[in-house]
Each structure stands twice: as structure tokens, then as C-alpha cells.
Unconditional design. Structure first.
Lengths: 685, 321, 225
């Protein structure tokens, strides 16, 4: 075991992970000749890369291996610095796990493109580079590598978003994504610049040692918050996210939503806790506020969606918000000299990062199955899929329970830790903080409950009930490898939910290396009990709760088996459901997703921009008999109206002003050059 | 704090859970009985709820044609989570080992898990009634959960713990004090409990065919033992909220040592507390009319505000010294 | 010194103070005219009870007199007067629209936290055992102001104004064991006169614009509607 996860092993795992991902991109150059290259070479290589990355993560979290290397690439005076520490290892593990699942899932999914006019080579190359870029970001140990890897990740994912470029909506989404990604990258670069100005060098080691005056530290914080926040999708910087994530191929959506957002979290955590150091509690308030607004905003808009992938994208905004709540609490506690509690918040945030990667990827893969086999992305057209694809239904249900934060699965464990961190607000000096933090925790509770409502809607409308369209009625189950990918993620969701104490033990390594503090009290009573602060303050035994839920399921199974013989002779009678005596039920009488969300839409109406339109054509002969009834409802993003329209407006009017100097006369342009020359001469001499 | 992890304590856990489950139908029947008195009707005998459950358990199951496996598993999960929650709540004695399994937040999570499956079961058959019930149930739950969490927060600030057992011990050891925060927390918990257990004025447990119904609409298609489990789960939930109110805010009488005498005294005290609470609920339900569904949002906003005022009054008045 | 070390009497004062705050929340969320007046009466009772308890605690005799005044005026007479007026104007069963009750209540919660943070430095200097109640009384004043801003009907606005005065009185009682008796008598008389004058005004407003909606009182605006 120790040899397997030793130091030398960790180095080779990381090397294999990087090489295999890069090789996957390289072999895809030939993929246009034969789709087999993509299916049988590029994806397995990705899988090897994912496996190696996971192994490296285990080495970091179990064996505490760390290493730094300097590669002879890059500028002559600044070679590439890579460093592998527990934090990098943890995020590399997240990338690895999801890549592994995607590599099993992809081969069947890309068959779809055999019949469509898109280049397979581009898909393979961009996917390989995308994964390589993400791996490099977490390994980077100087600003230069970090930015190159960051841009590689952004550009590769832009190509993937724009992949199905024949549809204009996709092109528009991709452009919006590229624009936001570039603004974000500039802000990230600036935040590093502020640090580098005081460090004098660009390696992370130098940045870590630099000490900043409070004003500049706060400036660096704000720049990093905005820069990484754009990538992570914090409200109101999230607009690209619900546009870009749904239009990519489904397994790419899984990578983008499940992993790329986590890389942004990684960047922020690395920047804030490692490089910047000296946390100020007021930054925590900012994070807490933005986090709770993002969480609530994301889930409310998710409830209003009926495009499954778009809905999932909005849920990413929500979950990123929850992660930022954890980070905010952590910063507040660290800034108030309570490191033991600060670590609790940080661990809650990291735990939720892992969980979100798992369940969001799982759900996107499930959505991909529905899109491929049922040809539907719109919830309003689905229904009854559980009969057609029982295994996908089971895995999707596990994903739904996890993301809704219900015990005993993983989403609950991390949300519970976040709540516990918030409850420790009582130990803060400032009374105002003591009063504000519970209110944000109540927002978190509201978010969790609304998320549960949303996923009851998703699962109930898509998998349960009756099929609403012909395509869906004849949908087929996914292929075995697609199921295996989902099974892997679902099993991990269960495992990380049932064994939170073991997980926290692993995360302790990360926080210990990052901040020098670990959450010793959480695990002191053995694997059965999770006691984040002290046993009599709060405790949760996920294994026992799982046992209880398992017993309930076992009771069902037992009765099912006991009655099996009787059922063979007397089958369970099946009758029509109660229809109030109006004749048979039709699929159109079922509650739709819009109808399901209606009470919540009415209650939170001021937060939405809703456009309603109803068409009602009555029969001229019989005025009570309608010929046509239609009801259309659109929910527009409020942030577009509040933030983006004004910016767009300003930019347009500014460019109109600038356009005035474009007179079109040649002499005028010559005059501009002449004056520029004069001014320059005056300035220089 | 050393928890008694001996086998005897675990036997007591099982016993306490059994008592809880056995008493739940009786409590629901008690509320119904008082309501009958108040409305000049003749009440059913005390054993009637048990007879109903027995009858349902032996009856044949009829399933809707469109029902999926989720529909058949849901009653077990719904009832299982209710029993699990009941096991984790100190009923007669504190410091039982199982109380460390789930703190107040896990308890809220267990309710949410049960509700998740209940709402899925409502949507499963594909009738408009079930969907309507599910949609409304999730609305009520979404708004009730923040208020509930705020109550938990207030308690955890007062007692510096979210473990129910520790909270109750803390109240027992504390000298007598008038705490405004707990007063508001009590009021908020009562409102949340009414909303969560589907009592008047939020929902009406007595009617089946009314457009305003929530819980009954979701379980409309259930028959036989499935229905029995759903009914039992609803009775358990009512009892859980009643015990929470009784044991958190008026803990006196609960056994702190695991002796026969203490447990008997605890049982007597608890019976008295629950009898009073049940009667109060019946009086309230008789006096108040059911409100429109969209007024429920205001009702729960009031609950949240009360809990918020409770938390604030703790921070302002009780903590800062 | 922890809360538990306080004598029960002072704990009771603080509990009543918290209830007064809750009554201010209730006023804010209450939309029916008659219920608003009733809540206002309850607030008067609470104030009177607090004054009696403070009197017991400190032994100041004049506080008994102001308690009696509060009970008589704010808990009984003014509510009675308002109900009578409302009945004569046929607005007793009217609704006043509360603008976005959820957001208003959340805003009110935020106001309380704000008041608390503002008062914190003062508390260090204030003497007296009931100084924590200063934050609450300031919050009551603020909530009443919020109510003044969010209401349309003249009657509910008058209630808000009276509640504002309640908040001031509350602060005086809890922070400084009451104002000098002369001042208190004067204020009580002012409030009484104000209530009567408002009553007269209601009739005038209604005669001139045929409504008691204060949003109609914008004719002096230069802005063309």
C-alpha cells in the first residue's frame, strides 16, 4: 500500500495522467478517418489519465506525498514550475474521477456524431486539451504556467461549447462564454500582478512570501473574487453558464459543470488561503453574501427552467454559492483568530466541491442518456422514462437525492458541515456577525428545500408518470458502458455520503498542508461518528442513518420476496387511477414542470422577469368550446436587466462616441497620425 | 460526557422507539376525540386508529396501471424515515446512545427525505391530484424549513449544541429563567409543526375531496398496507412534533437516570404533556378556518419572523454581556 | 455577567421588551385596519406592563403614574377612539395593502440588526441594568418609521406614528427610568391632542378627496401624472 502510494509513485502517476490526456488529444488528429480511433483510443487514453490522476490523489491524501519539479519549457528565465501538494492532489482527484466516468461514457455518446456533419477530430483534440489544461492548472506553481493552463482550459472548452456550430444559438452562447472567460482571465492576471508587484517574482513560492499592505491585499482579493468568480459562475457573473453548459455535448457539460467550475474554486482557494494569506474577516462577509445570493438565485431560476440541461446549469450556480458560503465562514473564522472553526468551514466547502463534482456529472450524464435515447431535452415532453430505462432511472434518482442534500447521501454530509460551521458563529466576538450568519444559514436552508422541490419536479416529470411524446415512449436504455459510468458516480455519491468521517480525515491532510490546522475533533470518535466540534455539540452518524434507511428498503424487499409465490397465482391487481369519472386519464392531464413550479413562482415573483402569453381561440358556433388554448411562459434572467443591459448600453454609446472620429476622409486620418507624432515628440523630448 | 453504550441502553433504545410507534396512532386518535367532543359528535373508541391500521394491513393492494416501483417503495421509505426520526428523539430518557446518531439538523434532513419520496409518489401515477399535492407540499416544506432551522439555531445558541439530548439536559440543569428567545422559538415551532404535519389552517387531514388538500391528494392512489404505512408515517410525524415541543420546552419529568421509577415518572409526565398539547391542537383546529393555499406563504413568513426575532433577542438581550 | 445571573424581574422586563419588538413586527405585517389598531392596543399594554416592572425594580414612584397613563391612554383610550373613528368612516373592515410582506419583514429583520450594531458603542456607556433594551427600543422606532413609509391608508399611518411615540417612551423607560413626570405628562397630553386632531383631519381629507388613501395627496406635485 505504502509503496503503491509512495512519493515516487505519485510522481509517475501525475506524469502518466498528463501524458495520457495529451496523447488522447494527439491521437484524435486522425479521428476523422475512422470513428474507432476516437472510441477505442482517445477515450481509453483519457480513462488512463483519469485513473492515474485518481491514484495520484490517493497518494497525496493517504500517503501525504508532495513534490515540486521544474520543467525546461517556457521562457528562458522562467521555467515551468509544477508542484504537487495535497490541495492539488485533491482537485486532481476530482478531475480524475469525473474524467474516468466520462471516458467510459463517451464512446457510446459520440456515435451520434457519426451521422452528423461535425468533425470528430476537433471533438477529440479539444477534449484532450481541455482535460490536460485543467490538470495543469492545479499543478501549476508559477503564474506563467497557471495562466497558460487556464487559457488552454478556457479556449478548449470554448471550442467544445461551439462544437455543434450549425445552430446559431450555440454560436452565440460560445461567444458569450469566450468573452466572459477572457474578462475573467484578465482579472485573474491582474490579481496575480498585484501580488507579483510586491513579491518581485512570478513563482508561487515568492508570491506566498510577499506581504501586502491592507489596501493592496483587499484589491487583490476583489480582483481574484471577480476573476475566479466569472469562471465559477457567481451571481451576477453567471450569465454565460446557463447558456454555455447546455449546448455542449452532454459529457462535456459534465466535465464543464462538474470539474471546470471546481478548477475555478481551486484557483480561488489557492489564491486566498495559500498565496494571499493573512485573511481579513470582512472578506468573509463579502463571500458569505455573494454565496448566499448565488445559492438562492441559482435554485430559484433552476425551478423555472424546463430544459433539463439548462436547469442543471442553474443548479451549478446554486452549488457554487453553497461552496462560497463555506469559504466565507472559513475566512470569517480565520480572520477572527479561530482557526479550528475556520478549518471546519474550509472542509465543508471542499467536501461540497467534491460532492458537487460527483452528483452534477452524474446528472449531466443521465440527461445525456435522455437526450440521446429519448431525443428530448425539454422536461415538458418527457414522462414515464423509468419504465424504459430503469437503470438510468435508478442512478439519476441517486443523483437527485444527493443534490437535494438529503441524508444519507453525500450532499447532506457537506451541507450539514456547512450548517455546523454557521452555528459556531456564537463564538465570534462581534454581535452583528453573530446575528447575520444565522440569517445566511436560513437562506441556505431555504436553498436546500427549494433544491429538493426542484428535483422532485425533475424526477417526477421526466421519469415518473406517463410518456408525453412518441420519442420518449420508445426510448431505449443506455448501453452498458454508459451505465457503468453512471454507476461509478452513483456509487461514489453513496460512499462519500455514508463515510463522511473517512472523507474528512482525507480532507484534513489538505487543510493541514494549506493552513497548518486540521479538524482533529471531527474524527476522534472513530469512523461511525462525525463530530465536527465536540461530541456534545453536534454529532451525525451517517452509517447508522444509512442502516436505518437500508432497513426500510430491506423491509420492502422482504415483503416483496415473501409475497412472490402468492403473486404468481394471484397477480397484484392493476386498475385505472381515479379520474373523477371523466373517462380515461391522458398524459396531458399530468402536472407539468411549469405547473409544479407555479406556487413557488408566485411567491418569489418579484425576483423573476416573467413574460406570459395566452392564446385562446373559441369556436364561433359554440362559445364555450375552445378551438385552441395555448399558454406560453418565459422567465428572463433578472441579472441581465440589472447588470448587463446597462453595461451593454454604456459600451454601445461609448463606441458611438468613439466612432465620431471616423470621418472617412483620408486627410483627417493623416491629420490624426500627424498630431499623434507631434504629441509623442513633445512627450519624449 | 460519557454515554452509556452498554447493551442495556440499546435495548432501551429499541423499546423507546417501539413505545413511540405504538403511541402515535393513540395520539392522533386523542386529537380526533377532543375534536369530536368540541363539535358535539360521538368520538370513536380509543382503539379505532389501531383497528383502521390492522384493517388496511390485511386488505388487498390495488395498484394504478401507471404506477412504477417508486410508488411501491415510497411508503417504506416514508415510514422508515419517520421511525428513524422517532428513534433519535429523546422520548422518555435523555443520554441514550442513539440520540448521538442524529442531531436536530439531521432530523430536519430525515423529514426532507421522507417528503421527497412522498412527493415523488404523488407524481408517479400521473393524475392531476397527485401532482397538485406534491407541488403544494414542496412549496410548504420549502418555506417551513428555514423557519425550522432558525428555531434549531436559537436552541443551539442557548444550549451550545444541536444534539437534542444535550439540549434537554442543558435545560434541566439550568436555573429557572424567562428567556424571550425560547418563547419566540416555541411559537415559531408550533406554527412550523402545524404546517409540516398538515393540520388546519394549512391543510385539512379530515377531508379527501377538497381542492385545497395537500397531503391527502398525494396518497389518494394508495391502498392496503401501503396506505397503512403512509397513515402511520403521518401519525408519527404529528407525534414527533408534539414530543419535540413537549420535551424541548417543558423537559421536566424526563428520566435522566435509567431506572424503572424514573422511566415510569417520565412516562406519566409525557402522557400529561401530550394530552394537553393534543387537546390544545384540537381546540385550535376547531376554532380556526382553513386558509387559502397562497396565504400559507404569509403564515410561514410569520413563523420565520418569530424565529428570527427569537434569534435576535438572544443575540441582543441574552448573549452580549 | 450572564443572562442567568439577572434577577427574574429583569428577565421578565427583557422578555416583555422582546414581545414589544414582536408587536412592532406584527404592526408592520398586519394589513387589516381593525387588527392593526388591536395590535397597537396590545403594544400599549406591553409598555404599561414594562413600566410597572421597571417601577418595581427601581422603586421610582412616578413610574407608576406613567404606567397608569400609558395604560389609560395608549392601551385603552386611543385604540377606542381610533376604532370609533374607523367605524364612523366605514373603514373598520378595510384592507391596507402591505407592499411585499416577505421583503418588508426581511428588511425589518435587517433593521433590527442594524440598530443593534449602531447601539453597541452606546451600551458601554449607558448605566442601568436594562440597557440592552435600548437596541430594541431603537428598533421599535425604526420599524414604526418603516411602517409609515410602506402604508397608504391615513389611519394605519396614524397608528404607525403612535407606535413611533411608543418606541420613544419605551427607550425612556428602559434607559433612564423614565423622563421627568412633567415632560411625560406633557407628551401624553400631546399624543392625546394629536389623536383628536387626526380624527378631525380624517373627515376633512375624506371630504376633499373622497378617499383616505394618502397616495392621492400628490396634487401639489409639479410632475404630471
Amino acid at each position: 500500500m505504502s509503496a503503491l502510494f509512495g512519493l515516487a509513485a505519485a510522481e509517475s502517476y501525475v506524469a502518466v495522467a498528463l501524458t495520457a490526456s495529451l496523447a488522447s488529444a494527439l491521437v484524435s488528429v486522425l479521428a476523422n478517418r475512422s470513428s474507432k480511433i476516437l472510441r477505442w483510443l482517445a477515450f481509453p487514453l483519457l480513462g488512463i489519465g483519469g485513473l492515474a490522476a485518481t491514484a495520484a490523489a490517493l497518494a497525496a491524501l493517504l500517503g501525504a506525498s508532495e513534490f515540486a519539479v521544474e520543467l525546461p519549457f517556457g521562457l528562458p528565465w522562467l521555467h515551468w514550475h509544477l508542484r504537487f501538494d495535497p490541495l492539488a492532489g485533491f482537485f486532481l482527484g476530482i478531475i480524475g474521477l469525473v474524467t474516468l466516468a466520462v471516458s467510459a461514457y463517451g464512446p457510446s455518446y459520440v456515435r451520434e456524431y457519426d451521422r452528423r456533419p461535425y468533425s470528430r477530430a476537433v471533438l477529440g483534440i479539444a477534449t484532450g486539451l481541455f482535460v490536460t489544461g485543467m490538470q495543469l492548472v492545479v499543478l501549476a506553481d508559477d503564474t506563467f504556467v497557471f495562466m497558460i493552463a487556464w487559457e488552454l482550459m478556457s479556449v478548449a472548452s470554448y471550442i467544445l461549447v461551439a462544437y455543434e456550430h450549425m445552430e446559431s444559438a450555440n454560436r452565440r452562447a460560445a461567444f458569450l462564454y469566450l468573452l466572459m472567460a477572457q474578462i475573467g482571465a484578465v482579472l485573474v492576471l491582474l490579481s496575480f500582478g498585484v501580488l507579483a508587484a510586491f513579491a518581485g517574482e512570478f513563482t508561487f513560492t515568492a508570491l506566498r512570501a510577499a506581504s501586502l499592505p491592507p489596501f493592496w491585499a483587499s484589491l487583490a482579493f476583489v480582483l481574484a473574487l471577480l476573476g475566479f468568480g466569472i469562471k465559477a459562475g457567481l451571481v451576477p457573473l453567471h450569465v454565460w453558464l446557463p447558456e454555455a453548459h447546455p449546448v455542449a455535448p452532454s459529457y462535456i457539460s459534465a466535465l464543464m459543470s462538474g470539474v471546470m467550475l471546481k478548477v475555478a474554486i481551486y484557483g480561488f482557494v489557492r489564491f486566498l488561503f495559500d498565496l494571499l494569506g493573512d485573511l481579513h474577516w470582512s472578506w468573509g462577509i463579502v463571500l458569505l453574501f455573494i454565496g448566499s445570493v448565488s445559492a438562492l438565485y441559482g435554485v430559484l431560476y433552476a425551478l423555472m427552467q424546463h430544459d433539463l440541461k439548462r436547469l442543471l446549469a442553474y443548479h451549478s450556480v446554486e452549488n457554487i454559492g453553497i461552496i462560497y458560503i463555506g469559504l466565507g465562514l472559513s475566512v470569517i473564522f480565520f480572520g477572527s483568530d479561530l482557526p479550528a472553526l475556520g478549518v471546519l468551514g474550509l472542509i465543508a466547502a471542499l467536501y461540497h466541491t467534491l460532492n458537487h463534482a460527483l452528483f452534477k456529472s452524474l446528472l449531466f450524464l443521465g440527461a445525456g442518456v435522455i437526450a440521446q435515447r429519448g431525443h428530448e431535452r425539454n422536461l415538458e415532453h418527457m414522462g414515464g422514462l423509468i419504465a424504459r430505462m430503469p437503470w438510468t432511472a435508478l442512478f439519476f434518482l441517486i443523483g437527485c437525492i444527493s443534490i437535494s442534500g438529503l441524508p444519507p447521501l453525500n450532499g447532506f454530509a457537506s451541507e450539514w458541515l456547512t450548517f455546523q460551521a454557521a452555528l459556531q458563529a456564537a463564538s465570534l466576538e462581534s454581535g452583528v456577525l453573530r446575528a447575520v450568519i444565522p440569517v445566511t444559514a436560513a437562506m441556505l436552508a431555504l436553498t436546500g428545500a427549494l433544491a429538493a422541490a426542484c428535483f422532485v419536479k425533475v424526477y417526477g416529470v421526466s421519469f415518473l408518470g406517463q410518456a408525453r411524446t412518441r420519442h420518449v415512449r420508445h426510448a431505449r436504455e443506455a448501453s452498458w458502458n454508459m451505465l457503468a459510468a453512471q454507476a461509478l458516480l452513483a456509487a461514489l455519491c453513496v460512499a462519500f455520503g455514508v463515510l463522511p468521517t473517512t472523507t474528512v480525515e482525507g480532507l484534513n491532510r489538505v487543510t493541514e498542508a494549506l493552513t497548518g490546522v486540521a479538524l482533529a475533533s471531527a474524527t476522534e470518535r472513530g469512523w461511525l461518528w462525525l463530530t465536527p466540534v465536540a461530541p456534545d455539540v453536534a454529532s451525525y452518524s451517517a452509517p447508522l442513518v444509512s442502516l436505518g434507511v437500508g432497513l426500510a428498503l430491506a423491509a420492502w424487499a422482504l415483503i416483496y420476496l415473501l409475497l412472490r409465490r402468492r403473486r404468481r397465482t394471484v397477480p397484484v391487481p392493476r386498475r385505472d387511477a381515479w379520474e373523477c369519472g371523466f373517462g380515461p386519464l391522458s398524459p396531458r392531464m399530468q402536472y407539468t414542470s411549469t405547473a409544479f413550479a407555479m406556487p413557488i413562482r408566485e411567491i418569489f415573483r418579484p425576483l423573476f422577469r416573467i413574460r406570459e402569453e395566452s392564446v385562446r381561440a373559441m369556436d364561433p358556433k359554440l362559445p364555450t368550446h375552445p378551438l385552441e388554448l395555448r399558454y406560453l411562459i418565459h422567465t428572463d434572467d433578472l441579472s441581465a436587466e440589472l447588470f448587463y443591459r446597462p453595461v451593454e448600453h454604456q459600451a454601445l454609446s461609448a463606441s458611438r462616441l468613439a466612432a465620431r472620429i471616423q470621418t472617412g476622409h483620408l486627410r483627417h486620418y493623416l491629420a490624426y497620425s500627424f498630431f499623434t507624432l507631434l504629441v509623442l515628440l513633445w512627450l519624449v523630448i | 460526557m460519557a454515554r452509556d453504550l452498554s447493551a442495556f441502553a440499546w435495548v432501551l433504545v429499541v423499546l423507546q422507539t417501539a413505545v413511540f410507534v405504538a403511541a402515535a396512532p393513540l395520539f392522533a386518535g386523542w386529537v380526533k376525540r377532543i375534536k369530536c367532543y368540541l363539535q358535539n359528535r360521538r368520538p370513536p373508541p380509543y382503539l379505532q386508529p389501531y383497528r383502521d391500521l390492522r384493517k388496511l394491513l390485511t386488505k388487498e393492494i390495488v395498484l394504478a396501471r401507471t404506477a412504477s416501483p417508486v410508488f411501491r417503495i415510497a411508503p417504506y421509505v416514508v415510514c422508515g424515515t419517520a421511525v428513524l426520526a422517532a428513534a433519535a428523539i429523546p422520548l422518555l430518557a435523555v443520554e441514550l446512545p442513539v440520540s448521538a446518531m442524529a442531531d436536530a439538523i439531521v432530523l430536519v434532513g430525515l423529514f426532507a427525505l421522507g417528503r421527497f419520496f412522498l412527493a415523488l409518489a404523488g407524481l408517479d401515477v400521473g393524475t392531476a391530484f397527485g401532482g397538485m399535492g406534491s407541488s403544494r407540499e414542496m412549496m410548504v416544506a420549502s418555506l417551513a424549513e428555514p423557519a425550522m432551522l432558525m428555531v434549531v439555531f436559537t436552541w443551539s445558541m442557548v444550549a451550545a449544541s444541536t444534539n437534542l439530548s444535550t439540549v434537554i439536559s442543558h435545560t434541566l440543569e439550568m436555573e429557572l429563567a424567562i428567556r424571550p428567545s425560547l418563547l419566540f422559538a416555541l411559537l415559531a415551532l408550533l406554527l412550523v409543526g402545524i404546517a409540516e404535519t398538515g393540520r388546519i389552517p394549512v391543510d385539512n387531514p379530515a377531508t379527501h375531496l377538497e381542492l385545497t388538500m395537500i397531503h391527502e391528494a398525494m396518497i389518494l392512489e394508495y391502498t392496503g398496507r401501503h396506505l397503512a404505512l403512509m397513515e402511520l408515517a403521518a401519525q408519527l410525524k404529528l407525534m414527533i412534533y408534539a414530543v419535540l415541543v413537549a420535551n424541548l420546552f417543558v423537559p421536566w419529568g424526563i428520566a435522566t437516570t435509567l431506572t424503572g421509577g424514573a422511566l415510569a415518572a417520565a412516562a406519566a409526565a409525557l402522557t400529561a404533556k401530550l394530552a394537553f398539547l393534543g387537546a390544545a391542537l384540537a381546540v385550535g383546529e376547531t376554532a380556526v378556518a382553513k386558509m387559502r393555499v397562497f396565504r400559507v406563504a404569509t403564515f410561514l413568513a410569520v413563523a420565520f419572523t418569530l424565529a428570527l426575532v427569537g434569534m435576535l433577542s438572544f443575540v441582543i438581550l441574552e448573549a452580549s454581556r | 455577567m450572564s443572562y442567568l445571573d439577572l434577577p427574574l424581574l429583569e428577565q421578565a422586563i427583557l422578555t416583555l421588551a422582546a414581545l414589544t419588538l414582536a408587536s412592532a413586527f406584527a404592526l408592520l405585517a398586519q394589513s387589516r385596519v381593525v387588527a392593526t389598531i388591536h395590535v397597537f392596543a396590545v403594544q400599549g399594554f406591553l409598555l404599561a406592563a414594562i413600566t410597572v416592572l421597571v417601577a418595581l425594580d427601581t422603586g421610582e414612584l412616578h413610574l407608576y403614574i406613567s404606567a397608569a397613563l400609558t395604560l389609560g391612554l395608549k392601551a385603552l383610550f386611543i385604540p377606542w377612539l381610533l376604532v370609533r373613528l374607523a367605524r364612523q368612516l366605514h373603514i373598520l373592515r378595510d384592507w391596507d395593502t402591505v407592499i411585499r410582506p416577505g421583503i418588508t419583514l426581511l428588511g425589518a429583520g435587517a433593521l433590527v440588526i442594524f440598530c443593534y450594531s449602531v447601539v453597541q458603542p452606546i451600551e458601554q456607556y449607558a448605566a442601568g441594568t436594562t440597557r440592552d433594551a435600548i437596541a430594541l427600543s431603537l428598533a421599535v422606532v425604526m420599524l414604526s418609521l418603516l411602517m409609515l413609509v410602506t402604508r397608504r391608508k391615513a389611519v394605519t399611518q396614524v397608528v404607525a406614528f403612535m407606535a413611533l411615540e411608543n418606541g420613544m417612551f419605551f427607550a425612556a423607560v428602559t434607559a433612564t427610568q423614565g423622563m421627568p413626570l412633567v415632560v411625560e405628562l406633557g407628551i401624553a397630553f400631546d399624543v392625546l391632542v394629536a389623536a383628536v386632531i387626526f380624527g378631525v383631519f380624517f373627515f376633512h381629507i375624506r371630504e376633499s378627496i373622497e378617499s383616505l388613501d394618502v397616495d392621492q395627496l400628490n396634487r401639489l406635485s409639479e410632475h404630471e401624472e
